[in-house]
Ligand binder design. Structure first.
Ligand code: NG1
Length: 500
């Protein structure tokens, strides 16, 4: 490990002068002369990812990453970037339907140390030896969806930036990645990686891109992996701020502060069931079911159904409230599943045409779709997000109980209507409520991964010990992972660059 205080005894180039943990001190404003900067009179400094000093609390970790970098590349990194994971407090599986969500960044993150090189190659190492070094020529970047490769997430971020700025001469990069977000746990490790890669590519190529545009680029380019995500994770990764959750709206992308109530703590509990959404079609099937529900209702209302892709677009087009949408779903959609042939008949298309109007690559084989239940979940969950944000803003009597109930209702809807929970997550959320949580729900895509619970501050210690005893203590595989699986969290900061 390198000692910043005594540079002569160590590799001085690898040491940092730490500042007291400030939670983010801007040391460098955006350089408006750098390549590709879009002149925008409305832009101000806070619109761009900040460039920060490495804080005391980060120093040891950055030193270790630097050491690995130095050992492999024989020099120090020119810069670092960091993007956080997130926990979604409420609003599950509705971002891709166009509805707002309410996440916060967590402390766990992805950090990448980077330097440009003149070999025209991307050389990427992971501090975790389970992941093998990867390299490719920048001109030959190929994201092969058919195999799950850890470095594909880097290539997504790289390709997003390169395509957005039409760079035909992107520079090569030497890179070392270090991640602390538990993987396949619904805490958005994949998007933190993509966003960090986007940021590294931006910086290496001397570009200046706003946080909002970065979030939009990274949302689009993560889809190269194959999942049709809605943008929540990339948006919070760039737009997060310490001490505040965010109410994120899409089209246009906006993030408003949400002051979480005093006196409560959010606790994350990992079910230890891993769900790799890129490896299954669960996620994209839900995206398609929502699209078909929107298109069938649009058709029955004599709308241009092929132009409707999302339930949110449908609501806008019909000009009605979320409550009215819930009634419309009951009237227009049957509760039993729809066969593919039935969908085609209703929409008046062949199965081949349906591929273009509604399906995605890994959903072509699906023959039956549950449209009523999925649409009910989306409109009711969208409503819960608005109620949650409003209660946080107004802070009425009994606010925390109301918020807890919304979280519990959200979990029930994910479990029963959206069917994106699993036995372990249901057991865990139930245990959390029995152990004193005001509300508990799965967070992220589901089918495994984490739950988030809201607990009164003075009950947290008791809560943690009950959940430990009830879920982790008697299962050796869960027990060994308990430290990264059961923890309190608070709103953390968004993606940033660090110049040593
Ligand atoms: P995670 O939990 O990271 O798999 C996914 C999507 C989100 C959102 C949630 C469900 C991506 C990158 N992320 O999150 O956009 O739809 O599921 O609310 O696809």
């Amino acid at each position: 490990m390198f000692e910043a205080e005594n540079e002569s005894e160590t590799d001085a180039k690898c040491s940092f002068v730490p500042i007291k943990d400030s939670g983010g001190v801007v040391i460098q404003s955006p350089d408006k002369k750098v390549r590709g900067y879009q002149s925008d009179n409305m832009a101000n400094e806070t619109d761009y990812p900040p460039t920060l000093k490495i804080s005391l609390s980060q120093k040891d970790r950055f030193d270790k990453i630097c050491e690995v970098f130095h050992e492999r590349f024989g020099s120090d990194p020119e810069f670092y970037c960091r993007a956080p994971g997130r926990v979604n407090i409420i609003g599950e599986h509705i971002d891709y339907c166009g509805y707002s969500v309410l996440p916060m960044a967590i402390e766990q993150d992805i950090v990448i140390a980077a330097s440009t090189n003149n070999t025209g190659e991307i050389v990427l190492l992971n501090t975790d030896p389970d992941y093998r070094e990867f390299s490719t020529k920048v001109q030959n970047v190929d994201i092969d969806r058919s195999t799950l490769r850890w470095y594909n997430y880097f290539l997504c971020g790289f390709r997003g930036i390169v395509e957005s700025r039409k760079l035909d001469n992107a520079v090569g990069m030497n890179l070392v990645l270090d991640g602390t977000v538990p993987k396949s746990a619904g805490l958005s490790s994949s998007s933190a990686f993509v966003c960090c890669a986007g940021l590294a590519t931006m910086r290496a190529n001397g570009l200046q891109i706003s946080k909002v545009e970065l979030a939009e680029i990274c949302t689009r380019c993560e889809r190269y992996i194959g999942t049709q995500g809605g943008g929540m994770d990339q948006s919070i990764a760039f737009l997060a701020e310490r001490k505040t959750a965010k109410h994120i709206e899409f089209n246009p992308l906006r993030a408003n502060d949400v002051q979480l109530p005093d006196g409560v703590v959010f606790v994350i509990t990992n079910s230890c069931v891993e769900m790799q959404k890129a490896a299954t079609s669960h996620y994209n099937i839900r995206v398609v079911e929502c699209r078909l529900a929107a298109q069938i209702i649009a058709k029955s209302k004599n709308k241009e159904w092929k132009e409707i892709r999302k339930l949110g677009d449908l609501q806008k087009n019909l000009g009605v409230s979320l409550e009215e949408m819930l009634d419309i779903v009951d009237k227009e959609l049957k509760t039993q599943p729809y066969l593919k042939s039935e969908v085609c008949e209703i929409l008046g298309v062949t199965e081949d045409e349906l591929k273009d109007t509604s399906l995605s690559d890994n959903t072509l084989h699906i023959t039956s779709f549950k449209l009523h239940a999925r649409a009910k979940h989306v409109f009711s969950e969208a409503n819960r997000v608005l109620q949650f944000a409003e209660i946080c803003g107004d802070n009425p009597d009994g606010a925390v109980k109301l918020l807890g109930s919304l979280m519990n209702e959200s979990h029930a809807s994910c479990r029963d209507l959206y069917e994106c929970s699993c036995t372990e997550l249901d057991e865990l959320t139930q245990l959390c409520v029995q152990s004193g949580a005001l509300g508990s729900r799965l967070t992220g895509a589901g089918w495994g991964g984490c739950a988030v619970s809201m607990v009164r501050g003075h009950r947290v210690a008791d809560f943690l010990s009950k959940v430990y005893e009830g879920y982790y203590a008697n299962d050796p595989q869960r027990k060994v992972r308990v430290q990264e699986s059961l923890f309190t969290t608070q709103p953390g900061s968004g993606a940033a660059l660090y110049i040593p």
